[in-house]
Ligand binder design. Structure first.
Ligand code: SF4
Length: 314
């Protein structure tokens, strides 16, 4: 693919791919609780924020508990920070929880507790980028808009161009391809989640998550294998990426920050803070430990008390 605004290939098999994927979606889509019109737009947004760094299937129990406790923006806006951080559990990158609460406050106060319905207004909310705004527009509101994430880029690039997308930031040509392939919507389909563009976005993403994975695509079980240029070409450069492999987790600041937060979430009955001794028992390298405590404090995820105890924010 070139780096201009246009994909460099005429796509001939688009309709056949869309039909095969739609059939596969209706037969095989995972029955996640925020799909098929069963939740509010707010619930869709929560699912998207939770699954930004976490596999969707792992998100389900967190999402269920969260939505039962805080079903809308007003409820989350009023929650105690410590409860929000605790409920985020092991979803990772816990700053996302606080940003979601900030976003809830704006939705509650400026939008009468309803998510705004335009891409630009969504994008202006804290913690919502292009992907999440597009996903909410498509999955929650049924609008015809191209959703571009890593899975979608990988599948479109393989099926239609016969090459790996290589990861990194989305290139203009990849966005243009996603737009070009988006099916027209049929006005007679009034269920939002059944519109062709919505089914397309969701099914391509689902294929990338479950079948057309980065390193080991299950081509023999793929509903579009008969149309896939990448497979036809012998899967050239399978798994090649432009970005460096993910940083190991063991020994990183992320691990130490997680240990501190986890200890705070699971304090024994009645305790509200961790003292210095308990903190030092969590990690031997106390310089790294202090750096992580300071960064958690800076991110608003913990509070350091005058006697150096730490606690979740109140
Ligand atoms: S045939 Fe293989 S490479 Fe092509 S879309 Fe399906 S799983 Fe991906």
């Amino acid at each position: 693919m070139n780096d201009t605004n246009e994909p460099n290939t005429e796509i001939e098999n688009a309709e056949a791919v869309a039909d095969a994927l739609a059939e596969w979606w209706h037969a095989s889509a995972r029955d996640l609780p925020w799909r098929f019109g069963r939740t509010t737009a707010w619930g869709v947004l929560v699912s998207e924020v939770m699954s930004q760094q976490t596999q969707m299937i792992r998100v389900v129990p967190y999402w269920n508990d969260w939505m039962e406790r805080w079903p809308d923006a007003v409820a989350l806006a009023d929650a105690a920070k410590a409860d929000v951080i605790t409920a985020w559990g092991r979803l990772g990158y816990p700053r996302r929880a606080l940003r979601l609460q900030e976003c809830a406050r704006v939705v509650a106060s400026d939008y009468d507790n309803k998510l705004p319905r335009t891409y630009d207004e969504l994008l202006a909310l804290l913690g919502i980028g292009d992907y999440t705004a597009s996903a909410v527009m498509s999955f929650a509101f049924g609008e015809r808009i191209a959703v571009v994430d890593t899975n979608i880029r990988r599948v479109l690039s393989r099926v239609f161009l016969g090459e790996e997308s290589l990861g990194g930031a989305a290139r203009p040509a990849e966005r243009a391809l996603a737009k070009q392939m988006l099916p027209q919507d049929d006005a007679s389909k009034c269920r939002r989640f059944d519109r062709p563009s919505v089914v397309w976005n969701q099914s391509v993403m689902e294929l990338g998550a479950t079948v057309c994975t980065a390193k080991a695509p299950l081509c023999e079980a793929c509903p579009v294998s008969g149309h896939c240029v990448f497979l036809h070409n012998g899967r050239p450069g399978l798994g090649e990426r432009r970005t460096r492999p993910r940083q190991r987790f063991q020994g990183t600041d992320r691990q130490v920050r997680g240990l501190v937060l986890n200890a705070l979430r699971n304090l024994p009955g009645g305790a509200t803070a961790l003292n210095r001794k308990s903190l030092e028992r969590l990690w031997d390298d106390h310089i790294q430990l202090d750096r992580c405590i300071a960064s958690l404090d800076e991110d608003g995820l913990i509070e350091i008390l005058p006697n150096a105890d730490v606690r979740l924010p109140v």
